[in-house]
Design a protein around this ligand. Sequence first.
Ligand SMILES: [Zn+2]
Ligand SMILES: [Zn+2]
Length: 334
Amino acid sequence: MTPVEALERVVHCLDRAHTGGFKTKAFVRALDVVRETPPEEIVERAESGTLTELDGIGDATARVINEALAGGTPGYLTKLEAETQVPITDDGARYRAALRGDCHLHSRWSDGGATIEAMARTAIALGHEYMVLTDHSPRLTVAHGLSRERLEQQLADVAVLNERLAPFRILTGIEVDILEDGLLDHGDDVLARLDIVVASVHSKLRMDGAQMTERMVRAVADPNVDILGHCTGRMIGKRPESSFDPDYVFAACAQFHTAVEINCRPERLDPPRRLLELAVDYGCYFSIDTDAHATGQLEWQPHGCDRAAECAVPLERVINAWSIDDLLQWAAAA
Ligand SMILES: [Zn+2]
Ligand SMILES: [Zn+2]
């Protein structure tokens, strides 16, 4: 294990545990420093005990680098590997075992922390057959949303990566903003070219309930939209659910074959149980997605799988438990 590999894995484990904060930042910073420093210099400094003279390397990160260079798995990493496993219930495990991909995740192209390739390699290691790359659309400027031009570049990059990573497939996609009037933040011509489109509300979350219902139904009914992302917009303990009439929204999801996302982010877990049960009653399709912004977060599907089990989501209605061919056929027809 090289120092870079060891530090990458430490960051991955901290991310999957949703640690955040100072500790994660310290390791991300150290990883950047080691990547930017010639490997011979890292070896020299390890031998002379001067790693911590590099700006961004502290005692804890230096120890990981030293132990990786010594040829073993750093002790801190071994401890993290054990402590940061994402738990899952027996009932949830039945769903997780059936999942073949992840339909909502971000890369460095928007506000994610990892390259497309790093996300893909992690997805492969998790046993996925495919992932849908869904970086943000232009309206979300804080998240470096993708203009038409940047999306074109991304599609070219994905085509190259797909040749290298086959038989794994990176499906093309986007998390498109649902604008205030329910229109989408990219034209039909752009969206129609993508394999899967996730549509989400990110602005004016507090708008009047009747208006929000219309806004969401309009987006859900758009033939290019395949998945309704994190429908209530809540952040547990921080931001309440948006108001909308879930009967209208889920009836529209069922009618227009737009899957209701079961968002696995621990701070979202969206929709909440009562709404998830309602969506089940309406006969909706579902997608159990991580909305990962880092490689470690791709391991969050158990959170959504436990939810799906608790709310008796029919497994045959979970679109990312399907093969690529079935998924694409459904998306094209929907
Ligand atoms: Zn989102
Ligand atoms: Zn997202």
